[in-house]
Design a binder for this molecule. Structure first.
Ligand code: HEC
Length: 259
C-alpha cells in the first residue's frame, strides 16, 4: 500500500518536473527592454502628445493589419482632441452600416460614436493573408505581461540574438524577434523603420520614437480611464487618513470621560 502511494507520488513529481521543463523551453523569450513611460506608477498620467503621435503611427502603419474594435473614436476627446478633430479623424475611416431600405449593407465614413474598423472581414481572411491572423490591439497592452515594455521591445527588437546571445534562424514567412513570447519567430514583418510617418508635431520619427508613441497609444486604448482610477485611489487614501484621525479623536473623547 505504502509502496503504491509512493509510486503514484513519484510519478506525479516526475510529471510536474517534465511539465516545468516544457514550460521553460517554450517561454525562452528575452526579458522585455527597460523602458519607462510617463503613465507608469501610482500617479503617472498619459503623455497626451505621445498618445496623439501614437494614433498617427497606428493609423498609418498598424491599422492595415490590426483592428482596434473596442475603441470608439469619441474617446479620443479624452487625450486632447477637440470634437471637430475627432469628427475629422473618424471620417478618415470607412465603416460598414446597414441594412438600408433595400436590405443592402453599405459603406460610409465613420462617425465619432463608431469604433475603429477592423482591416479584415474576419479572422480567417486575416489568417489567409499572413499565415496567422494579426490580433486585435484594443486590449493588447493588458493581455501580455509587462504589456508596455513588451510591445515596445517587440517593435524595436527584430533581428537581435536570443537571451543567450545566439543567432536565431526562422522559417519562411516568419521574422527573427527574441522578445516574441510565442517563440523567437513572429509572422509580423518589422512594421517600423525610421521616418515611416511624418509627425504632425515635427518630432523626429525614429523607429524607437514611433515604438514608444504607439505603445503609449495602445496603453491608453486599453485603459482610457486610468487617470480617473488613479485619482480615485488618491481620494480614497486621503479619505481614509481623514477617517482615521476622526476615529482617533472620537476614541480619545469617549475614553477620556471614562477615566
Ligand atoms: C503587414 C501586417 C502587419 C502590420 C503592418 C503590423 N502587424 Fe503586428 N502583427 C501582424 C501579424 C501577422 C501578427 C501575428 C504574429 C504571430 O502570431 O506570429 C502580429 C502580431 C502583433 C502583436 C502581438 C504579439 C504577440 O505577443 O502575440 C503586436 C503587439 C503587434 N502585432 C503590434 C503591432 C503594431 C504596434 C504595429 C504598428 C506599428 C503592427 N503590429 C503592425 C501583422 C502586422
Amino acid at each position: 500500500m505504502a509502496y503504491r502511494v509512493m509510486k503514484t507520488l513519484a510519478a506525479g513529481i516526475a510529471a510536474l518536473c517534465l511539465g516545468l521543463g516544457a514550460a521553460q523551453a517554450a517561454g525562452e523569450a528575452k526579458p522585455a527592454k527597460d523602458v519607462s513611460f510617463e503613465h507608469a506608477g501610482p500617479f503617472g498620467a498619459y503623455d497626451r502628445a505621445a498618445v496623439q503621435r501614437g494614433l498617427q503611427v497606428y493609423k498609418q502603419v498598424c491599422a492595415g493589419c490590426h483592428g482596434l474594435k473596442y475603441v470608439a473614436f469619441r474617446t479620443l476627446t479624452g487625450v486632447g482632441f477637440s470634437e471637430d478633430q475627432v469628427k475629422a479623424i473618424a471620417a478618415e475611416s470607412t465603416v460598414t452600416d446597414g441594412p438600408d431600405s433595400s436590405g443592402e449593407m453599405f459603406d460610409r465614413p465613420a462617425r465619432p460614436a463608431d469604433r475603429f474598423p477592423s482591416p479584415f472581414a474576419n479572422d480567417q481572411a486575416a489568417a489567409a493573408a499572413f499565415g496567422v491572423a494579426p490580433p486585435d490591439l484594443s486590449l493588447m497592452s493588458k493581455a501580455r505581461p509587462h504589456g508596455d515594455a513588451y510591445i515596445y521591445s517587440l517593435l524595436t527588437g527584430y533581428d537581435e540574438p536570443d537571451a543567450e546571445g545566439h543567432e536565431i534562424t526562422c522559417g519562411d514567412g516568419t521574422y527573427v524577434n527574441p522578445y516574441f513570447l510565442a517563440g523567437n519567430c513572429i509572422a509580423m514583418a518589422p512594421p517600423l523603420f525610421d521616418d515611416a510617418v511624418e509627425y504632425a508635431d515635427g518630432t523626429p520619427a525614429t523607429s524607437a520614437q514611433m515604438a514608444k508613441d504607439v505603445t503609449t497609444f495602445l496603453a491608453w486604448a486599453a485603459e482610457p480611464k486610468m487617470e480617473e482610477r488613479k485619482q480615485m485611489g488618491v481620494k480614497v487614501i486621503l479619505f481614509l487618513i481623514f477617517l482615521s484621525v476622526l476615529l482617533y479623536l472620537a476614541k480619545k473623547q469617549i475614553w477620556g470621560r471614562l477615566h
